[in-house]
Design a protein around this ligand. Sequence first.
Ligand code: SAH
Length: 294
Amino acid sequence: MSGLVSLVGAGPGNAEWLTVLGHRRLSAADVIIYDRLVDPALLSPYTADKINVGQLPYRHKISQAEINELMVNLAKKGQRVVRLKAGDPNVFGRGGEEAQYLKAQHVAFEVVPGLTSAIAGLAAAGIPITSDQATSFHVITGHRRANGQTLDWANIAHQEGTLVFVMGMENLETLTTQLIINGMPRATPAAVVQWATQWRQRAIASDLGHLVNVVQRGKLAAPALIVVGQVVNFMGRLTPKPPLQGLHLLVPYKAGSKLFSALQDEGASVNCFDRRIKNPLPVQLPDLTTGARW
Ligand code: SAH
């Protein structure tokens, strides 16, 4: 018997931004293979075996080839595998490559899309990705391409739509400088949104000319979205400020819990723990040096 591999998008992090199908696949999974950007606390309600294959940009904990092999071996044993990725699996998530590999190995698979951070992460900070002044949007990797080519900055700098860079924080200075050198006004609104939708979300707005300084002063770092364009002006006006925003709470898991929804609705990020499971919780503690609330 052959199992099924579901390449599932987790959305930007907050447990309620997962799709209904994603939740169903996670609930039925035998094994969940998840990435670095997926908050492990999101996985608390699910009883499947969990394998962290977190990959750092320059330091691969488990190689892509090993991940591919792991998925195939488990599926061939008849296991239901969820390969859980941040955001949407097909947006800079290697979803296509992994699907191709599974197909070549004759393993049944499906892709379960998720909310990409490029759109949903901006919304969480009060930035609509399009507006009357942005007739298009462009999601660009700020990480140098694997083949060593650099981005076509002249082309990018002349787009009138919203620019969203993912994986761009390490190259923030190059990125802003290149946009300016290639003709984008220094006064163009620009923002950085870190850990969007999660309890540790932080966002700052500035302009292209000052972004690097403002980000350094605010100590914002990856993972973050860099947004450039007029839509950033919405941020100040539309930033949601529910009373419990910034609080991270753990509550016991209970199907259909009203407490969970009530706290989330007031702006808290809520994760559940399962009282039946005795393992220590994989909760990430706040970095007390940044001055962030938790
Ligand atoms: N598949 C993902 C993108 C993977 S690339 C998606 O659709 O969202 C990894 C980059 O995504 C990170 O470096 C960061 O730029 C961005 N990212 C993912 N989740 C994020 C979040 N919650 N907040 C801010 N940026 C995020």
